[in-house]
Structures are given as structure tokens and as C-alpha cells.
Design a protein around this ligand. Structure first.
Ligand SMILES: *Cc1c(COP(=O)(O)O)cnc(C)c1O
Length: 402
């Protein structure tokens, strides 16, 4: 029996220069982002400048988490209590949670077999709900047709907010993910593309949105200590009308992140290389369908999804068990019971009675999901393919066409 022995949750170490800088900061005791010596720029402020540069965005705010960034993005964009927010239904729990936290009501939209938002359903629900917001989650790095999405938003007067938790560093037609919407939100949580344990980044070119987001994040009246913020005059217009929802980033996390932002392009290429090895191998196995990728989607392959097409649904857990026995940890979006990080729209019951989404349910019912940490090698990816082939063979999937 083949066996894979590495951990799917093991990320690479924090780069040494980041560790050295973090230690240096601890020696100063100045961990709070607004605690600066005369003439000093805080680490968080420097991170904001550098990430704004990377994204080609005018403004950037570093904050407590990706989910927090989504929450204040909606607030800063002007969401009123009870307002509908369009969102693709294939996403993770922090997305509906952020809408709920911001006082919005999610209007979940179907996804297609390649995990992109269904443009027809989006158009229909945009008309019906009259929502002013689309929170588009580029879930697991699958970037929808952004020409079509942005045109639709323009036609319906919808503000696009991009959830780039899985697309930091990805491009569509050469443009960075996060540069299509009015606001983009990123996560620096351990399992995303940069690792500070926790952390979020929000970018925008809109001065009012940026100023509101900064005051929301807990800047008090210290907003001039931000590296990528609008002018004082913009803050004067909003600062007394904007509540403080305290959720700042601290200097230690920023120190961990700065060298990782610098290494992002290299790391994205490494991820995608590993993805391509897995994709090529898995696509050859019977009964598996890999999502179609278009040439102008420069995705970051930090995870892989595939659909098990030729197996009865009730036997998918057997496949997962056979893979797990060999050390390969697959998640399944078809499970009625949410497990680990994985959940489906029908497990967010606090949203009340949601209309069913048969297309999304059908796609997710056959979708397996696997992380690709950068601690894996090309040889590891080949072994994982062999393990999944063996697991399929063991349960007789190769001969079944249920
Ligand atoms: C992780 C994640 C988030 C939220 O990020 P946190 O930093 O964990 O709050 C949002 N959306 C998606 C799709 C994610 O995977």
C-alpha cells in the first residue's frame, strides 16, 4: 500500500529576516501600531505602503483578519442594516458571517461546475433583490469571468467587493485579483498565501471608503500614522460619523508579513507548479473531473478541487477513508455535516430559510478539496496522485459507472 506521510497543514517556516525583525520589535516593546518613536514609521504602516504598491492600489489598511476586513469593507461601502448583499454560495463561513456582522442579508448566488459565480443567476438576483453590493469570493482561487462580472455590476449600479483570501497574487487577463472591485479583502491567516497567524488587508482606490475603513479599524484620531491613507481632509469629513470597531493589526504581525509580500510572486509560481503536477496526474484518473481553467486566469494553486463523477454519492466517504488510510487528507463539500473548515451554505442556519441552490448543491456534492502547502515537493504531488489512484482502485471506482 502506498503511503503519504506529510502534513497537509504544515506551512513553511517564517523567513529569517522576518523573525529577526520581529525580535527587534519585541525588544523595543512598541508592538501597538500607533506606538512609535519620534520620526519612526510603524511596521504596520510600512506593510500598508508595500502592499498598496504590490496591488497597485491607492490605499491599504492592515487589520485583524480577513473576515474582519470583509465586515468593515461592507460598512465602509455604506451598507445599511437589513440591506441585501449578493454573494456566491460556494465560499467559507467567514463570508456570510461578515455580511451578517455588518447587518446585511446575504442573497446567495449559484456557482457553476468550475466554481465560478453563475452569471445568469447573478443577473436575475441582482434585479430581484435590487442589492447594491456584490461580495464576490474567489473561492479556492477560482476567478470568474471578471469582464462579465464588472460589466454586470456597472449595469446594475452594484458595488463590487472582492474576497481575495485565496487569490492574493492571482491575475485575470494580467490584472491582479483585487483590482476589479471597489474594495478587495485579503487574509494573512496561516492557511492562506502569507502567514502571520492571523491578519487581514483591505485595499481600495476610493478615498472615502479608505478613510472609513481606517477609522472603523480603530485608528482613533491617529489616522495620520498610516502609510497608504487618504489626506487629512477626507478623514475630517467622516471621522465623527464613523464608529470604531477595533480590529487593528500589530507590529509583530506586520514584521512577519513584509518579507512574505516581497516573496509572493515566487511563492505563487511554486504553488501553481505543484498544482499543475497534481492536475495532470488526477485528470488521467477515471471518474475524476478537474475544473477547467482559462488561459488568461493566472491562478495560484494553493489548493486543488476535483469532482468525483462516476461514484454513487453514498460511496464518496469510502473513497475519502481509503485515501486517509494512505495519509492523503481530502475534504468533501458534499458532506451534510460540516467538518473542519469545510461547510456548505445550508449549514449557515442563522441566515434563516434560504432558497435552495440545486446547481451549487449538485456541484459541491461531488467536490473533493485538498490543500497544497509549499512544504510539498513535486515528488510528493506525484505520490498523492498514486495514492488517490490506489484508493479509487481499492473501492472499485475504476470499474463502476454508477
Ligand atoms: C479564510 C477566508 C476568509 C477569512 O479570512 P480570516 O483571516 O480567516 O478571517 C474569507 N474568505 C475565504 C474564502 C476564506 O477562505
Amino acid at each position: 500500500m502506498k503511503r503519504f506521510a506529510k502534513y497537509f497543514t504544515q506551512q513553511e517556516p517564517i523567513p529569517e529576516p522576518a523573525i529577526a525583525r520581529a525580535v527587534e520589535i519585541m525588544r523595543t516593546g512598541r508592538l501597538h501600531r500607533y506606538n512609535i518613536a519620534p520620526g519612526e514609521e510603524s511596521e504596520v504602516s510600512a506593510l500598508e505602503r508595500e502592499f498598496a504598491d504590490y496591488q497597485g492600489a491607492r490605499y491599504c489598511l492592515a487589520c485583524a483578519s480577513g473576515g474582519y476586513a470583509l465586515h468593515i469593507a461592507l460598512r465602509a461601502a455604506g451598507l445599511e442594516p437589513g440591506e441585501p448583499v449578493l454573494a456566491n454560495a460556494y465560499t467559507l463561513a467567514p463570508v456570510p458571517g461578515a455580511i451578517h456582522n455588518a447587518g446585511g442579508v446575504p442573497v446567495l448566488v449559484e456557482v457553476d461546475a468550475d466554481y465560478h459565480v453563475d452569471l445568469d443567476d447573478l443577473a436575475a438576483k441582482a434585479v430581484r433583490s435590487r442589492s447594491r453590493f456584490l461580495l464576490l469570493s474567489h473561492m479556492r482561487g477560482h476567478v470568474a469571468d471578471m469582464d462579465a462580472v464588472t460589466a454586470l455590476c456597472r449595469d446594475h449600479g452594484i458595488t463590487l467587493i472582492e474576497d481575495c483570501a485565496h487569490t492574493m497574487g492571482a491575475r485575470w487577463r494580467g490584472r491582479l485579483s483585487g483590482s476589479f472591485g471597489v474594495i478587495a479583502c485579503f487574509s494573512a491567516q496561516t492557511y492562506k498565501h502569507v502567514n502571520a497567524g492571523e491578519g487581514g488587508l483591505l485595499t481600495t482606490d476610493n478615498a472615502i471608503v479608505a478613510a472609513r475603513a481606517i477609522v472603523h479599524s480603530g485608528s482613533y484620531m491617529l489616522y495620520d500614522r498610516h502609510g497608504a491613507a487618504p489626506d487629512e481632509s477626507v478623514f475630517r469629513r467622516i471621522r465623527l460619523e464613523t464608529p470604531n470597531y477595533s480590529g487593528r493589526m500589530d507590529n509583530l504581525r506586520a514584521a512577519l508579513l513584509r518579507p512574505q509580500i516581497a516573496a509572493l510572486s515566487t511563492n505563487c509560481a511554486r504553488w501553481t507548479h505543484l498544482y499543475e503536477v497534481l492536475e495532470a496526474g488526477l485528470a488521467r484518473l477515471p471518474g475524476l473531473r478537474l475544473p477547467k481553467r482559462v488561459a488568461h486566469e493566472a491562478f495560484v494553486g494553493s489548493s486543488i478541487q476535483f469532482q468525483v463523477t462516476d461514484l454513487e454519492l453514498s460511496r464518496i466517504p469510502t473513497l475519502l477513508a481509503a485515501a486517509a488510510e494512505r495519509g492523503v487528507e481530502l475534504k468533501w463539500f458534499g458532506d451534510d455535516e460540516p467538518k473542519g473548515f469545510t461547510s456548505r451554505f445550508d449549514s449557515w442556519r442563522y441566515l434563516g430559510d434560504l432558497p435552495d441552490l440545486p446547481q451549487t448543491r449538485a456541484v459541491l456534492s461531488r467536490t473533493c478539496d485538498m490543500r497544497i502547502p509549499l512544504t510539498f515537493t513535486e515528488a510528493d504531488c506525484r505520490l498523492i496522485v498514486d495514492v488517490i489512484a490506489e484508493a479509487l482502485a481499492e473501492i472499485g471506482a475504476t470499474t463502476t459507472t454508477a
